[in-house]
Structure formats: structure tokens, C-alpha cells
Design a protein around this ligand. Structure first.
Ligand SMILES: [Zn+2]
Length: 181
């Protein structure tokens, strides 16, 4: 009886992990090296955005994967800025240069949209957005489910509203290990 239960548990774990391990998607572009990805922010952006950007970088650094490290410098390659655009539907967006979807990144920009994020809890929803956008800045594309690359901050099946995620999940980490072996 015990052995049967153990086998069922094992099969359940295997089924769960095989359905999530390969769920990540890649944008197509990547850095030649992601250690370090130097980042900096505009001095004029709100303190909430600054705090969230730092939290997002710390979340990725806490993965403790030696090939990926975000380093805050006075003038780096990944630029964090903020707009206040009530006509846009994004809370954060990431654009990489020269091409988000191909080739080797030489720089990038993450833009927070204050019009959307003004009601966000800094250490929760806003940090979730920052960690998500920094995932894009590494070369990860959107994936569904309980992963930091889930595109939705709020709503049904959302990264933060439903799953309360601010940290990269095992599937997100599997993605960066493929990008930066
Ligand atoms: Zn996204």
C-alpha cells in the first residue's frame, strides 16, 4: 500500500515536472554574456520604480546562477525608465537593441508605466513586473501559468494577482540556463 502510494506520488511529480520544464519560450536574442548585465535608471523616475527595479535585479541574482547577474552601475547597458501613459495598456515593457528577437543584445530599455502601476504594491505587483521585464531583458519570452514570464500581472491565471509571483520559477530558470549555458 505504501509502495503504491509512493509510486503514484512519483508519477504525479514526474508528470508535473515534465509539463512545466519545457514551457519556457525564448525571444530569439540574447547577450553574449549575461554576467554582468549592467543596469541603471533615470534619476527622475519615481522612487517606487527605482525600488522595484532593484528588487527585480535582486530576484534574478538570488537565483544564484553564475552565468546571470544584474549589476547596478551609474551608466550601464540596460536602461530603466518610466512613462505616465494612460492610453497604453502595459504596466511594463522591455525593448532590446539592436533586435529583441534575434542576434546579440548590446543594450536595452525597460519602461514602467506609472499610469498603470500607481496602485501597485511596490514589493508585490510592481516587483513582479520588474522581475518579469528583466526576464525579457535576458531573452525570455512569455509563457503561461505559474511562471514569472506569465504576461499578466492581474486577472484570471495572472502572474501576481493569482499566483503572487515576484521571483523567477524553476521553468524561468530552466530558460536562462538554456540561454546562458
Ligand atoms: Zn512581458
Amino acid at each position: 500500500m505504501k509502495k503504491t502510494l509512493f509510486l503514484i506520488a512519483l508519477i504525479t511529480v514526474m508528470a508535473f515536472s515534465s509539463s512545466s520544464v519545457f514551457a519556457y519560450h525564448l525571444l530569439g536574442g540574447k547577450w553574449a554574456s549575461a554576467n554582468p548585465v549592467t543596469w541603471y535608471y533615470d534619476s527622475y523616475i519615481g522612487s517606487n520604480a527605482k525600488t522595484a527595479a532593484s528588487a527585480g535585479a535582486t530576484e534574478w541574482n538570488s537565483v544564484a546562477y553564475s552565468k546571470v547577474k544584474f549589476s547596478n552601475v551609474s551608466a550601464g547597458k540596460l536602461y530603466i525608465t518610466e512613462v505616465n501613459d494612460s492610453t497604453a495598456d502595459y504596466d511594463g515593457i522591455c525593448n532590446m537593441s539592436p533586435n529583441t528577437y534575434a542576434g546579440t543584445y548590446t543594450s536595452g530599455t525597460i519602461t514602467f508605466n506609472k499610469a498603470k502601476t500607481t496602485t501597485y504594491n511596490i514589493s508585490g505587483a510592481l516587483s513582479s513586473v520588474a522581475t518579469h521585464e528583466m526576464g525579457h531583458a535576458l531573452g525570455l519570452a512569455h509563457s503561461d501559468g505559474k511562471v514569472i514570464m506569465n504576461p499578466y500581472t492581474f486577472g484570471t491565471g495572472s502572474r501576481y494577482g493569482d499566483y503572487k509571483l515576484t521571483t523567477p520559477q524553476s521553468d524561468d530558470i530552466a530558460g536562462i540556463k538554456i540561454l546562458y549555458p
